[in-house]
Design a binder for this molecule. Structure first.
Ligand SMILES: *Cc1c(COP(=O)(O)O)cnc(C)c1O
Length: 384
């Protein structure tokens, strides 16, 4: 590296800082036989042979790629069919496909908000929602996590004509669920629209699996974002709402307009996954059993389990090095869990992010619990 290379110097110093903070992250190729308790394939649909076959067949029928953006020539009948099915499932007039959830959130916020808009976001909202706010130029105010009274206070103080309240449905690092009834009520009282990003609830929560907003119509939750790469097992995302909203996004959401349409094979696979979610509640039920079983076992060990009833089951270890040590010990046993540290979560709130899937077996969960118990025993023997 040349000393005069100012770019390499900048990158090296950013790297050094991260390394010194012990926050440099490593990606590893997952060894084939790892027991995965970190992913978001909650219903096991990524590995369902029917979904895999639909993807192969979709590629044969419609091509490996869409070939253009939706407004040019990339909008195919399989996309249209998927959008209709998603709208119907979520009880909305229309749905619009995006390539990823990250892009959906950027697109919605950029298309709806500007510097005169007031955004109100839960403190623990996903990074894509915060980035979307930055892109829009709107001012964001953050309300205390799941605190309707704090939201109310902020809304009452705002003189903006256009107010938008934004929240995750299921919080991705905590597994707790937004209080939709309160958010909807408070938003309506202050003439604000409500946007819920239910990336982790869709397919998992609700009697029909249509997520944490099941039972709340477009009036209560005018903007619903769902992602397809989690419980549906494929990739991409959608926004559901009334025709006026969807038409607006089709024209103005830049992350929709200026990108190649989702590969039709993915749309075909997603349509199959959606059919399975609707017809086979047993996957959801099996997952719920796993959640209950895991919680019972871990509570018996008196480990600091978060109060979550979703497939996201964080173990709040607090200390970063402790969290890394536990994750490493589990990894030696062939078990992969997420080790989540600041800045993803607040200081002192490091945790193991354990996720459960219908694909696990009860004995997989026993192995995980055994691993956690071994970490605990080892710590008792030689405290840090
Ligand atoms: C995963 C996630 C996203 C991003 O979705 P991708 O399709 O992975 O880009 C957005 N919001 C929340 C709450 C998420 O958990």
């Amino acid at each position: 590296m040349l000393v005069s290379d100012v770019w390499h110097q900048r990158l090296a110093s950013a790297r050094q800082q991260r390394v010194e903070e012990q926050r440099w992250r490593h990606r590893r190729v997952m060894p084939p036989n790892t027991l995965d308790f970190a992913g978001n394939d909650y219903l096991g649909l990524a590995h369902d042979p029917r979904v895999q076959a639909a993807q192969a067949e979709g590629a044969r029928r419609f091509g490996a790629g869409a070939g253009a953006s939706h407004l040019v020539s990339g909008h195919l009948e399989i996309h249209e069919a998927l959008e209709d099915a998603l709208a119907q499932w979520t009880g909305r007039q229309r749905a619009l496909l995006f390539s990823t959830g990250y892009m959906a959130n950027l697109g919605v916020l950029q298309a709806l908000a500007d510097s005169h808009t007031a955004l109100f976001q839960d403190r623990l909202n996903h990074a894509s929602l915060l980035d979307g706010a930055t892109l829009s130029g709107a001012r964001s105010r953050r309300f205390h996590h799941r605190d309707g009274a704090d939201l109310e206070r902020l809304l009452a103080r705002s003189s903006a004509t256009h107010k938008l309240v934004v929240s995750d449905g299921v919080f991705s690092m905590d597994g707790d669920v937004a209080d939709i009834a309160t958010l909807a009520h408070v938003s309506q009282q202050h003439n604000a629209w409500l946007m819920i990003d239910d990336a982790h609830g869709l397919g998992v929560l609700g009697d029909n699996g249509s997520g944490c907003v099941e039972g709340f119509d477009s009036q209560a939750v005018p903007i619903l974002v769902g992602t397809l790469g989690k419980a549906l097992g494929t990739a991409g995302a959608f926004v559901a709402g009334d025709a006026v909203l969807i038409d607006h996004l089709t024209q103005f959401a830049r992350s929709y307009v200026y990108t190649t349409a989702q590969p039709p094979s993915i749309a075909a696979a997603t349509l199959e996954a959606l059919t399975i979610v609707q017809r086979e509640p047993e996957h959801r039920q099996r997952l719920q059993h796993h959640i209950n079983y895991f919680r019972q076992q871990v509570q018996a060990l008196e480990l600091p389990l978060a109060d979550s009833h979703t497939p996201i089951q964080p173990l709040l270890l607090g200390n970063e090095s402790r969290t890394m040590a536990w994750a490493a010990k589990l990894s030696q046993r062939g078990i992969h869990v997420g080790a989540i540290r600041p800045p993803t979560v607040p200081m002192g709130a490091a945790r193991l992010r354990i996720t459960l899937s219908a694909r696990h077996t009860p004995s997989d969960i026993d192995r995980l619990v055994e691993g956690l118990s071994a970490c605990q025993r080892e710590e008792a023997r030689c405290p840090a």
